[in-house]
Write a protein that binds this ligand. Structure first.
Ligand SMILES: C[S@@+](CC[C@H](N)C(=O)[O-])C[C@H]1O[C@@H](n2cnc3c(N)ncnc32)[C@H](O)[C@@H]1O
Length: 362
């Protein structure tokens, strides 16, 4: 109590100024989230990408949106540094870098999915609040969330998979690339909209890929996407909880950003070990983290802890086991979990700034 009063009595004016400035920046970012979603839904970013410097009236003509609101939207984007503005002409431009973030789904820097997730964190407030208040002794299940969470996750993660999965992650697994080339059986547990399944199925036509997820709407999207991508022939998708995952003589089982969401990750890892061939591999792609909170006090840790508070942890708390690993469990905890599940060889196969890829063998 004394300490609280002492710190209340003596704020450092310079530190306060710096901190308020930082809040201004953070709040500006938070306030712009719905604007980005509007731009996404109306196709404004696609219209701006590659266009000549444009006025609000011209953008209104090409998109059919309200000119006055577009003027405000464009001005907010200029103030945020999300678009460039030329005061002498009153025209707005999208630079190639801005286009990579906002307008090009195949760019490794595409981030509209992250804005959908940020919106979902606000929209799903009441479900998560119930979990905080322990109103019904549950978490906040994945299936109860707003639709933009599911599409946001799919769009946010896909660019990272497209950039790393085929070129770095699979080659980092002992002998796996060659096995996939020859023809292997693969399961992707917690596959969501199936981005990782589709990328692998396109690259390895001799292999067969099964995507499983307990969220029926995501599986429906995955099936559609696989059909559009022309890989329906070597993929299948099933609505199934990880607890129902059955032995299948798999060469590879993968979990992409899903193991820590599960209620009983040790039990699931045990099932995966039993589902593998004796020389098979479990690849767990998990969010990058250090082993202690102090190692995660950085921009990536900040994003992941926030998502973990609103999404991963309440989703796990809602499932039998309620392990609630969180998105920043760290490699030591994950490795221990995999050994507890009976894997004898466990190692970090590779890492990116956002992901750790663990390889586990029976
Ligand atoms: C963060 S999302 C990742 C989705 C996908 N792997 C991707 O990277 O885009 C986590 C996924 O795990 C699924 N999931 C969570 N718990 C599950 C469980 N017990 N059984 C099956 N799927 C589960 C969710 O439905 C969700 O699709």
């Amino acid at each position: 109590m004394d300490t609280m009063l002492a710190s209340r009595a003596s704020p450092d004016p310079e530190k306060l100024q710096g901190f308020v400035g930082r809040m201004l920046d953070d709040l500006g970012g938070a306030m712009v989230v719905p604007l980005v979603r509007i731009g996404d839904e109306l196709g404004l970013y696609a219209a701006l990408d590659g266009a000549s410097p444009i006025t609000p009236a011209e953008l209104a003509r090409s998109t059919g949106a309200n000119e006055r609101l577009l003027r405000e939207w464009l001005s907010a984007h200029a103030a945020a540094g999300y678009l460039d503005y030329a005061p002498n002409t009153g025209r707005f431009t999208m630079t190639p870098e801005q286009a990579m973030v906002f307008a090009r789904p195949d760019s490794p820097a595409f981030m509209l999915g992250a804005f959908e997730i940020a919106a979902a964190n606000v929209l799903d407030h009441s479900q998560v609040m119930r979990a905080f208040r322990q109103q019904d002794g549950r978490g906040a299940g994945y299936g109860t969330r707003c639709a933009c969470l599911f599409s946001g996750i799919a769009r946010f993660f896909r660019p990272g998979y497209a950039a790393h999965l085929l070129n770095e992650w699979l080659p980092a697994l002992d002998g796996m690339e060659e096995r996939l080339r020859r023809g292997a059986r693969v399961a992707d547990l917690g596959c969501g909209h199936g981005a990782s399944v589709i990328l692998m199925a396109e690259a390895f036509p001799a292999s067969y890929f099964t995507g499983l997820d307990y969220h029926a709407a995501s599986i429906a999207c995955a099936r559609e996407a696989a059909g559009r991508a022309g890989v329906a022939g070597n993929t299948s998708f099933q609505v199934a909880g990880a607890a129902d995952f059955a032995p299948g003589g798999y060469d590879l089982v993968a979990c992409f950003d899903a193991l820590h969401d599960m209620g009983d990750p040790v039990g699931v890892a045990r099932r995966i070990r039993d589902a593998l061939r004796s020389d098979g591999t479990f690849m767990a792609v998990e969010p990058k983290a250090g082993n202690r909170l102090e190692e995660n006090i950085n921009p990536v840790g900040r994003l992941y802890y926030a998502a973990s508070t609103m999404i991963c942890t309440p989703v796990s708390l809602d499932q039998p086991g309620a392990a609630a690993l969180g998105a920043q469990a760290g490699p030591a905890r994950l490795e221990a979990l995999l050994r507890e599940a009976g894997f004898s060889r466990v190692r970090i196969a590779t890492e990116t700034p956002f992901n750790t890829v663990l390889e586990a063998q029976p």
